[in-house]
Design a protein. Structure first.
Length: 695
């Protein structure tokens, strides 16, 4: 039977790579007695990093779900990846939870990726608490970390506890609500009095806490200003409301691997982060009726029509597909027949399971707010909305960004193309941020993703799960072509050989459009110079030619073509002849239209310790980058913003590593297209010529 919707907490654990998310989830599961052993990243035996690729890389590469119970509540934790290449997955998970724990390492502070996932959480209006982790590490400094957090997130952080000791002498926390010291004996909390040496500091933080809570609520503020003490209940309520409205973010500290402060985090989750009901009361769950576009609101009630969102898919060659979803309303049974509003198809549910990493516990029926997996759905894919067919609803789709990088794939053994392609299709279902297609011209298989590591991991999975190996060939950059001047030309196709001939004749004018303008076709034929039925054929000929490219084989963009004159033949004219004429006209017009090649430019944000700043900037300049600003961050880190051609950034992860002794971080997102310098344009044109000769 389902869980009481007030007693559920769906929480994503989010942060940049290495902050300790997986270790934290591991400690939670141990404390909640969902597991009997505290696994570690080093030994590769954690519950949520169960894929072999994750174990040997010591990184989470995809999200995973762990359901457990804590003090009469159901906790559905989603351990998300933090490495930049995998954040699309994290984004998708945030569409399915009601709250998040943001993990920050006490020594390194807030990384660029953490700011990114923080923004994703903003997009979904997700209330958060911060877990300041790794207080046991050398150079862990509570005060510095706190300042850095407020600066990076632009939000007041309210500590609910402070550390007792630091680095190797970190032994516990001071609970600022109860004003008690809590030390840990093999993970178990022992409550005691606050040591004399920390009393003043604790009083100080306690006062600040009460002030911040009071400020967030007018009635509390009034009471506080009148000099009355707030009750424990009022303080709890104030913190909860402040968290929900995101007036501030509560912060607790600890150490995941030492299992210190983890139970306090769980208690904080219970009273600060909303249940599905409280979240929906604050931010109603809205979608549209796919039949008429009307807005639909779904309440988290067991008797309401079913609505759910798929936020993760696992492909297993043996067990089949596993689809993980969050129920927003209604009750789902293993034999429910549902409507997939995203794909417009009907589908029957199957066996459902609660998940603890890769361990499954069967369940027959789940209610609103629950997160479960279902086996062997056919159509459903990550991001889809499924619902009661009689009460259809479509939730806003998760917007995935386009691939940053693409490689051509070469199967190791000839004849494996089919296997590669079918295996990748399955992996694409797992990971919507991958794109796979066969290049029409070169016939190559092209795999696109968020970065080199993303593709490497995908191919490793392809080998493990589907038994085929491929080699990645030089990355493809998505160059484009365009024109810089207007020109006009005639395209005339005439063939007279034996029987029926071919005749098509058109005059077209081409003009540049602004960047991002795409393609426009204008028909200015008057007086039937070309019969109406042939005009779409001319456009088709132009569009097909544009796809093939004009000078170096890249698709043409930002161009307007006007068809303004032509002639036809009563017998010999045909659609085919006009299509060819259109394409010939464009080819000719281009000769005087100053065709150029465009390259994708990316926005890059690099975080580096000050000592490597010179190296980083010098390198970006050498990459034809334009540095746009340098900002000082907390703890002496520097943030560099730059725009750099994508082509120069293909192996940046490794380069930045060696430039900064492994301490630099970066994020990258596509920005716009710019004309390539002429020497590079020439190189690309030559490459095209070479390919033609070999072809
Ligand atoms: N000393 C110390 N080390 C920790 C603590 N928490 C995590 N670590 C270590 O930090 C490293 C990264 O921990 P993970 O749990 O993999 O971090 P993550 O945030 O899941 O990283 P990604 O999955 O790559 O995003 C591992 O070597 C952990 O053992 C902590 O509280 N103290
Ligand atoms: Mg992890």
């Amino acid at each position: 039977m389902g869980f009481d919707v007030e007693k559920i907490r769906n929480v994503a654990v989010i942060a940049g790579g290495g902050a300790g998310k997986t270790s934290l989830v591991e400690a939670v599961l141990f404390d909640a007695k969902a597991t009997g052993r505290l696994g570690t990243i080093e030994e590769g035996n954690t519950v949520t990093d169960f894929e072999p690729e994750e174990m040997h890389r010591k990184n989470s590469l995809s999200s995973s779900l762990a359901c457990s119970d804590w003090k009469g509540h159901r906790l559905n934790l989603v351990d998300t990846p933090g490495f930049i290449n995998f954040l699309e997955d994290t984004k998708c998970c945030l569409s399915a939870v009601d709250g998040a724990v943001v993990v920050v390492g006490a020594r390194v502070g807030v990384k660029a990726e953490t700011v990114k996932v923080w923004q994703y959480a903003d997009d979904y209006e997700i209330p958060r608490v911060i877990f300041l982790n790794k207080m046991d590490r050398e150079n862990a400094n509570f005060q510095n970390a706190l300042e850095g957090i407020e600066q990076s997130f632009g939000m007041t952080a309210v500590p609910l506890n402070i550390p007792m000791g630091a680095e190797s002498s970190f032994e516990g926390i001071i609970d600022l609500l109860k004003m008690k010291a809590v030390t840990f004996k093999s993970g178990s909390p022992v409550e005691g009095e606050i040591p004399e040496s920390l009393k003043e500091e604790a009083e100080d933080y306690h006062r600040q806490l009460i002030e911040k809570v009071a400020e967030s609520d007018d009635t509390l503020l009034e009471k506080y200003l009148e000099g009355s003490d707030l009750t424990e209940e009022e303080i709890h309520e104030g913190i909860m409301q402040g968290t929900l409205s995101r007036a501030f973010v509560p912060l607790v500290c600890g150490s995941a691997t030492e299992n210190i402060g983890v139970q306090q985090l769980l208690d904080t989750i219970l009273f600060c982060l909303p249940s599905p009901a409280a979240k929906a009361a604050k931010t109603p769950v809205k979608g549209t009726n796919p039949k008429n576009g009307d807005e639909v609101v779904r309440n988290p009630e067991p008797g309401a029509p079913v609505s759910l969102r798929v936020f993760k898919t696992l492909a297993d060659p043996f067990a089949g597909k596993l689809t993980i979803f969050r129920v927003f309303s209604g009750t789902v049974k293993s034999d429910s027949a549902l409507f997939n509003a995203t794909r417009d198809s009907k589908e029957r549910m199957g066996n459902m399971f609660y998940l603890l990493g890769n361990k499954q516990t069967p369940v027959k029926e789940v209610g609103p707010g629950e997160i479960v997996a279902v086996a062997k759905l056919k159509d459903a894919q990550t991001g889809d909305t499924m619902c009661d067919a009689a009460h259809p609803v479509l939730f806003p789709p998760v917007q995935f960004i386009d691939p940053m990088i693409s490689y051509a794939l070469d199967p190791k053994s000839r004849g494996d193309e089919e296997k590669v392609s079918s295996g990748l299709q399955r992996l694409l279902e797992e990971d919507p941020s991958l794109k796979f297609h066969r290049d029409m011209e070169s016939k190559e298989m092209i795999l696109g993703g968020m970065g080199q590591m993303h593709l490497e991991v995908t191919l490793e999975k392809l080998k493990r799960k589907f038994g085929v190996e491929v080699i990645m060939k030089t990355p493809k950059i998505a160059y484009r072509e365009t024109i810089r001047a207007s020109s006009s030309a005639q395209g005339k196709y005439k063939k007279q050989s034996g029987g029926r001939g071919q005749f098509g004749d058109c005059w077209i004018k081409i003009e540049p459009l602004t960047r991002g303008g795409g393609f426009e076709f204008v028909n200015q034929i008057v007086g039937g110079a070309i019969p109406r039925q042939y005009i779409p054929a001319v456009e088709k000929g132009i569009v097909e030619k544009m796809k093939e490219g004009l000078i170096a084989g890249y698709p043409v963009v930002d161009m307007k073509a006007t068809l303004y004159d032509g002639s036809y033949h009563n017998v010999d004219s045909s659609e085919m002849a006009f299509k060819i004429a259109g394409s010939m006209g464009l080819q000719k017009a281009v000769q005087t239209a100053k065709a150029v090649i465009l390259e994708p430019i990316v926005n890059v944000e690099v975080n580096t310790p000050e000592e490597f700043l010179g190296n980083v900037i010098g390198d970006l300049n050498a990459k034809r980058g334009k540095v746009q600003g340098v900002d000082s961050m907390a703890g002496g880190a520097q943030k560099v913003n730059a725009q750099v051609p994508m082509a120069e950034m293909l192996t940046y992860a490794n380069q930045l590593n060696s430039l900064t002794s492994g301490q630099g971080m970066y994020t990258m997102e596509s920005s716009h297209y710019e004309e390539v310098p002429s020497h590079i344009a020439q190189k690309l044109i030559d490459e095209k010529e070479e390919a033609k000769k070999e072809g």
